[in-house]
Ligand binder design. Structure first.
Ligand SMILES: *Cc1c(COP(=O)(O)O)cnc(C)c1O
Length: 433
């Protein structure tokens, strides 16, 4: 492999045909979801909330789970496998001895990695006879991904979108509508729970926890509908491991291997998808890798408490053992809205508790991360999503530390999405004209 090679990919034939389920490899068993001490059982409701196949995967102890062949073809149609780039220009501009590699999840029809699980969930929903998918969305990337998955599978889709973001991302809203989805600002007047908040304040900014409650209520009331969640849960992270599994094969072609694995973290799906196949190497093969989750000070959930908490505002979900800021916390709005969630996935929370994952939180004004994103687009040509800008910022900061110390570290980071529909956010933070 020439030293200045900038990109590798793998063939369709080499694309992973199984997802990696880390549950049997964790240092100790994952604490299961549980019911709160009082009130009705939420666990009993799980089969009404989750797809049958996803519920099975959620608790499976099988290390490898087959990606259905038809879904492999749909992944291919969505542009998988996606390239791994060596950031040759960026390294030169930074004058760092570190070697930087980034995974191109921004090559996605809807703009983010979220299609990896959206396509899987829409595929299973169709097979299980459902006609409509319901969900919530924060930044809008998940809603768009599910609208796309539903469209390809021939299903309807209803999206409850946190009002504070719905209001400024009109283009993304229209993209969901082009896919055929019905999109409501949340809290809405479409659900009983939404009405309790909407009735008091029609401009209520909403939150991801509130929108989850609305999406779940909508699905529970309609037997032909099923609710889909785009992050946090074990099966979602597992669907995303296609990112890291491809990346490992691509590193073999680069004849290299990472010392550091970095990505942004909201609920944990892109970080988990990218990092868990490498965590396997640390737990099972004695590799040494530093993992860093890049977060916002608006929602540094990995610096919260490790305890049982609800995943939604209205307390309709079972309780999950996770790092949490509390399910009713108020968070300031940021442009990287996809990072604004009170809890972190149980799998990553356990790994954090065991000291395997490090974390950093960047200031809420986002100036630093967006300036790093600007360095990235000028050197590499790709505009990261606001959330992905946190991953880029962390990687550049680490590369600059290597410049100080002279260490030739190999830094791998994930660029979870592109920012083409988020330019108003960049305009505001960076004072563009
Ligand atoms: C949703 C999203 C995130 C944050 O969610 P995770 O589940 O933590 O990955 C990050 N980047 C992009 C582009 C997203 O759409």
């Amino acid at each position: 492999m020439p030293i200045n090679q900038r990109q590798v990919n793998i063939d369709l034939k080499e694309m992973p045909t199984q997802w990696y389920n880390i549950l049997p490899d964790l240092p100790e068993p994952l604490p299961p979801p549980k019911d709160p001490e009082s009130g009705e059982s939420r666990l009993k409701n799980l089969p009404k909330i989750l797809l049958g196949e996803c519920l099975k995967q959620e608790f499976s102890q099988e290390r490898w789970i087959d990606i259905p062949e038809e879904l492999q073809h749909i992944y291919h149609q969505a542009g998988r496998p996606r390239s791994l780039f060596r950031a040759v220009n960026l390294e030169k501009r930074l004058d760092t001895p570190a070697r930087l590699y980034y995974k191109a999840e921004f090559y996605s029809p809807t703009g983010s990695h979220k299609v990896n699980t959206a396509l899987a969930q829409a595929f299973y929903a169709k097979k299980e006879g459902y006609e409509r998918l319901t969900t919530e969305t924060g930044a809008g990337q998940w809603g768009t991904a599910l609208a796309y998955g539903a469209a390809l599978a021939g299903l309807k889709c209803t999206v409850f979108w946190v009002r504070a973001v719905y209001s400024w991302k009109k283009d993304r809203r229209n993209l969901m509508e082009l896919f055929g989805a019905d999109v409501y600002a949340s809290p809405s007047d479409q659900t009983e729970f939404g009405k309790t908040l909407y009735g008091k304040d029609a401009n209520h900014p909403g939150s991801l926890g509130i929108a989850i409650s609305e999406g779940m209520e909508d699905a529970i009331k309609d037997p032909k509908a099923i609710y889909c969640l785009g992050s946090v849960l074990n099966h979602v992270l597992m669907h995303q491991t296609i990112i890291g599994l491809e990346t490992k094969k691509q590193f073999v072609k680069f004849e290299d291997y990472p010392d550091m694995v970095i990505s942004c973290l909201g609920g944990g799906s892109n970080f988990g998808g990218f990092a868990l196949p490498f965590v396997h190497d640390v737990l099972k093969e004695g590799k040494k890798i530093k993992f860093i989750a890049a977060q916002s000070k608006a929602s540094p959930n990995l610096q919260g408490e490790y305890r049982y908490d609800f995943a939604d505002y209205a307390e309709m979900t079972p309780m999950l053992k996770m790092y949490t800021l509390g399910h009713k916390i108020d968070m300031v709005p940021i442009k990287g809205d996809g990072l604004r969630y009170h809890g972190c996935s149980p799998i990553l929370s356990l790994l954090r508790d065991k000291g395997i994952i490090d974390t950093i939180a960047y200031p809420e004004d986002e100036k630093h991360v967006f300036e790093r994103a600007t360095q990235f687009i000028r050197a590499e040509g790709f505009l990261p999503a606001p959330e992905s800008a946190y991953s880029v910022a962390c990687a550049i900061d680490e590369a600059l530390k290597c410049k100080e110390s002279g260490e030739k570290k190999v830094i791998a980071f994930n660029v979870s999405g592109h920012g083409f529909l988020d330019i108003p956010g960049f305009r505001e933070v960076l004072n563009l004209k």
